[in-house]
Design a protein around this ligand. Sequence first.
Ligand SMILES: [Zn+2]
Length: 120
Amino acid sequence: MKLTNIKGQQGRARNLRVNIVNRNLIIVSSTTTPTANHVVTVEYDSEGIIHTRCTCPWAMNGNVGCAHSIAALEALAAKRGRALSFWKTKDDARRQKHRTFYLAGKRAEEGLWITSRRGL
Ligand SMILES: [Zn+2]
């Protein structure tokens, strides 16, 4: 399933507690269970493609762009003074004229596009 409400998901991500262990491993609080955490792993390849894995049910069902993965990627970007936006299509991302990444999904059409700009 393709994530439809990206802005809503970014809003949820903003409320999560994020603990960056390293650039590939991030612990993120659960949205639904205050006493639980999820583990997000992030892999980067040379083509600007990002692969995330998360322990939450949404991700385990094969979906890309859970709130935890978004929170993890935003926290990693913030450390480098960058802010991220997420887009459904490459055209939407290209229009921003910022550095673009692709968050890979299980199937090609399910991925999300990410643009990175200088943070506030
Ligand atoms: Zn998740």
